[in-house]
Design a protein around this ligand. Sequence first.
Ligand SMILES: Cc1cc2nc3c(=O)[nH]c(=O)nc-3n(C[C@H](O)[C@H](O)[C@H](O)COP(=O)(O)O)c2cc1C
Length: 179
Amino acid sequence: MNNLHELILHRRSIRKYSEEHISPECVKIILEAALVAPSSKGKMPCQFVVIEDKNVLTELANSKDFGTKPLESCPLAVVVTSNPEISDCWVEDASIAAIFMQLQAEDCGLGSCWIQIANRLKEDGTSSEDYVRNLLSIPDEIRILCIVTFGKKDEDRKPYDPEKCKWEKIHIGKWRTEN
Ligand SMILES: Cc1cc2nc3c(=O)[nH]c(=O)nc-3n(C[C@H](O)[C@H](O)[C@H](O)COP(=O)(O)O)c2cc1C
């Protein structure tokens, strides 16, 4: 895609991927996007766990009872972690890193999906975050915000139509209840 606005409109969550392999060049620039994402005070509190092993991806799909479908077919997932001891903006910093990767993936012609892990529970009431932490040996002081899946798209999603934007959510100059 040769224009950022078009790319933003075309990015949709993709939950079904083909078997096709992702080139090492694309994997590298997706991870680069995470590593150059802006962070509060430039503290860069995030670290990322890259998963390509199908067995581990299947185990990650059990991290909560719903919303993990993309992990069933993706060839690549990145676990996005952040250290609250380094930054009080750890959630914001990790979120920006995640969306930077998603936008870079779209530009590589790949689909992606955010799978929320922080504040989510497994069916038995135990924490999704603890499950992922134990599975991947992530230290206790590190928080796990989400997992982002990547792969060649195997479903068609319509791009956003800018004509349908809810302009009433934009307030010019001051908050206005009626537009
Ligand atoms: C904070 C956050 C958490 C999300 N968690 C999940 C999730 O656990 N599973 C999933 O399939 N999609 C998840 N999504 C993707 C949203 O469902 C999706 O972005 C939303 O429905 C809008 O669709 P779009 O991404 O195609 O524009 C999440 C997105 C965000 C930003």
